[in-house]
Design a binder for this molecule. Structure first.
Ligand code: T1G
Length: 690
């Protein structure tokens, strides 16, 4: 017996229950007693059938990711599944919660799988830069077919129990006491008698494989991989299941897994998996959290409407407040249309749309916010306007209500100080579109109460956001570093790099798009307004804005956009403008390569992250990685800017930053002491930075 696994009997049915909180990961201390139990039960003539179940909230959620990178302790998952398939008596996996990765592979080693109606099943290894390494790429296609297996494994997205049942992955779906249902199912199966065919010998799912269609689908998925190796390997492994004998395909899967698990990309993606969870661990995490049930959102514009939807999507009731009926109704109309689009796309049912909309109350009277537990403003980005809003909230909001601002740049300490309750004030910096983007920067002001912070970190998880707690400075973490990344953009253009060349350097690095295409998408007028507010200029971007070229929304920005198209087309007028401005400044254009572009944009990005850590604006370097991957599209295969600095080599960053600092004298290249220290220690721990 073991603390992590129990064997019980219900007559002639043996029940193996894994109990390894919190998610029943297949750690070594589970695998060892599991293997022993399976061998004993296999050889016990009094056992007619074996059910494998889990205690707690979920079936096995995968291999133990913390074990990767360490020597494998036998028995590994493959050995356990192989032993399972030597058992002639029926084996049944009883699945509740999420059977993911190695958990589903364990279940695929059983003859049968039964699931609770709310269960979800998937092989998400690709999100860790891996592929299913326990036989999933070879067994899953045998049940659901190569095409569906390809989609499941390359996307990493789980499917529900009913869909799994329809696809042949699950043999029965039950409501209520799953173990009892599983035991009855097992007894019935045993009574009917075998032989019971292990999944490895079932080829019904492979028979009708249209290899040409499969290859076309795999090629299409490869295009979306954007330099990531795992999706390509996943597709290859599933193809092997179709074209190779089982054992050869299994061996090929193993070879691919061994290569991926040692790769920088998988190390980066595993780093991000744990980094996202670390970010939510704040001091006082288990404080009695203020109860948040009713939400108030002030401002029904693009941000306010998106924020209101984010809360409604998380099940909260929302009072949406505007200054008058016209903007309020316009905002509510936009929300209705957004949900209608989701219904059209099939990602939302009509009932769910109605239920979501029923969670909204519109108002133009601050008094209607009096019973809200959390009120967030998304009004015009102007300190005076924000202070006016908080002044009213100070009067109407109930004691203990959390008062949040969605400001991107303004000083939240100053806003808090304008109220009588600074302990209730904090920032909730959503990223547009707020109902879609995962990142939520939670800004801790000087006087923000720890229990208020804990409450909103908890709330963030409920609305499906990835929360990072940051300190107050201009632009907090993300936008402050974005400014450092873009500081040289104009200089690069004036010195001879075209917008297309700079954007290509970024997409070659793995970004979804480069800074100029992104600027055109977001709207160049936003940056223009910010620069004017701070008395800054950017000669090319300012000139484009003065010409009304705001980007996609005006059909012209750094690029041209044909009517209704988002595809950027090089605009000779922009390139001529750049040459003219360069000539006015006596700058002789030169050829600028991709490496220089990365050195003058992404190296300053990392350097600013080091400064942010030194100032305590971010708690951990991994928090900065979480911000950049979830808020700005930093390539997951590089783990975020601070993890990537380790891959690139801090000495290389320092040498090039020093070079550009000597050449330009610009502060953005002045190497942060912590970056120098990291080059010596390999760690971003702040400690005593000289
Ligand atoms: N290994 C180790 N720890 C894990 C873990 C895992 N597989 N999954 C979760 N944890 C920890 C997590 O770090 C957190 O720890 C706590 O459990 C709660 O997690 C051979 C190679 C199951 C949907 O990728 O998707 O199998 O912060 O906060 O929101 O082919 O956890 O409390 O200290 O996420 O309720 C494949 C990963 C592995 C699934 C639950 N499996 N996990 O979500 O809780 S590779 C996965 C999840 C593999 C085989 C391959 C989610 C969840 P702490 P949580 P949650």
């Amino acid at each position: 017996m073991s603390d992590f696994l129990k064997v019980s009997r219900d007559g002639d049915v043996a029940i193996v229950t894994i109990d390894n909180p919190p998610v029943n990961a297949l750690s070594f201390h589970v695998r060892e007693p599991l293997m022993q139990a399976l061998v004993e039960l296999r050889d016990d003539p009094s056992v007619a059938a074996i059910v494998i179940a889990c205690a707690g909230r979920t079936f096995v959620a995968g291999a133990d990711i913390t074990e990767f990178g360490k020597p494998v302790q036998q028995p590994d998952l493959r050995a356990i599944v192989a032993t399972l398939e030597t058992i002639a008596k029926p084996t049944i996996a009883a699945i509740h919660g999420t059977a993911l990765g190695g958990g589903l592979e364990l279940a695929l080693g059983c003859h049968f799988r039964v699931a609770d109606a709310g269960a979800r099943l998937g092989l998400p290894e690709v999100k860790l830069g891996l592929l299913p390494g326990g036989g999933g790429t070879v067994r899953l296609p045998r049940l659901v077919g190569a095409g569906k297996a390809l989609k499941m494994i390359v996307s990493g997205s789980p499917i529900g129990a009913e869909e799994a049942h329809a696809a042949g992955l699950v043999d029965a779906v039950f409501e209520g006491d799953l173990t009892t249902h599983a035991v009855n199912f097992a007894r019935e199966i045993a009574r009917k008698g075998g032989p019971f065919t292990p999944v490895r010998d079932r080829n019904d799912g492979l028979k009708e494989t249209d290899l040409a269609a499969f290859d076309a689908e795999a090629a299409d998925l490869a295009k979306k991989a954007r330099g990531l190796e795992a999706p390509i390997a996943c597709a290859q492994a599933v193809r092997n299941a179709v074209t190779l004998p089982f054992d050869e395909a299994l061996a090929a899967e193993r070879a691919l897994f061994v290569k991926l698990v040692a790769s920088d990309q998988s190390r980066a993606q595993r780093h991000l998996f744990f980094a996202e969870r670390e970010a939510a661990k704040i001091p006082g995490k288990d404080l009695i959290k203020r109860r948040i049930a009713r939400i108030g959102v002030i401002g029904a514009g693009t941000m306010g409407g998106g924020i209101a939807m984010a809360f409604a999507n998380g099940g909260y009731s929302v009072t949406l407040l505007e200054t008058s009926q016209e903007p309020l109704q316009r905002g509510l109309g936009t929300i209705d249309r957004n949900y209608a689009v989701s219904v059209t796309r099939g990602s939302l049912t009509e009932d769910a749309k109605r239920q979501r909309l029923a969670q909204f109350t519109g108002s133009t009277d601050y008094a209607d916010l009096a019973d809200c537990d959390l009120i967030i403003e998304a009004v015009f980005e102007d300190m005076a306007v924000k202070k006016e809003v908080f002044g009213k909230l100070d009067v109407v909001a109930k004691p203990g209500a959390i008062l949040a601002t969605n400001t991107s740049y303004l000083d939240i300490n100053e806003i808090a100080a304008s109220t009588s309750r600074p302990q209730d004030v904090l920032g909730l910096h959503f990223f547009s579109p707020a109902n879609v983007m995962k990142l939520l920067e939670i800004v801790r002001a000087e006087k923000t109460a720890p229990d208020a912070l804990a409450a909103v970190v908890d709330m963030a998880r409920r609305i499906g956001k990835v929360a990072v707690v940051v300190g107050v400075c201009h632009g907090f973490v993300g936008n402050r570093m974005l400014a450092a990344r873009g500081a040289e953009s104009e200089a690069l253009l004036l010195e001879g790099a075209t917008p297309r060349q700079i954007d290509h350097a970024f997409t070659d690095f793995g970004w979804p798009m480069g800074p100029f295409q992104m600027g055109d998408l977001a709207g160049l007028d936003i940056g223009w307004r910010n620069r004017k507010a701070r008395g800054q200029t950017a000669v090319i971007a300012d000139t484009l804005c003065e010409q009304g070229r705001f980007g996609q929304k005006t059909g012209r920005g750094f690029y041209l956009y044909e009517a209704g198209s988002r595809t950027p087309v090089t605009d000779p007028q922009v390139e001529a403008l750049i040459r003219d401005k360069a000539a006015e400044r006596g700058i002789e254009p030169r050829a600028i390569g991709g490496e220089e572009i990365i050195e003058r944009t992404l190296y300053p990005l990392v350097n600013e992250g080091a400064r942010i850590l030194e100032e305590g604006i971010a708690t951990r370097a991994s928090d900065i990685d979480v911000v950049w991957v979830n808020g700005y599209g930093f390539p997951v295969g590089k783990g975020g800017p601070m993890f990537w600095a380790g891959l690139e080599g801090p000495a290389q960053l320092i040498e090039r930053l020093d070079h550009w600092h000597q050449r330009t004298g610009k502060d953005v290249f002045k190497v942060a002491p912590l970056l120098r220290r990291m080059a010596e220690t390999g760690s971003w721990e702040v400690g005593a930075v000289s």
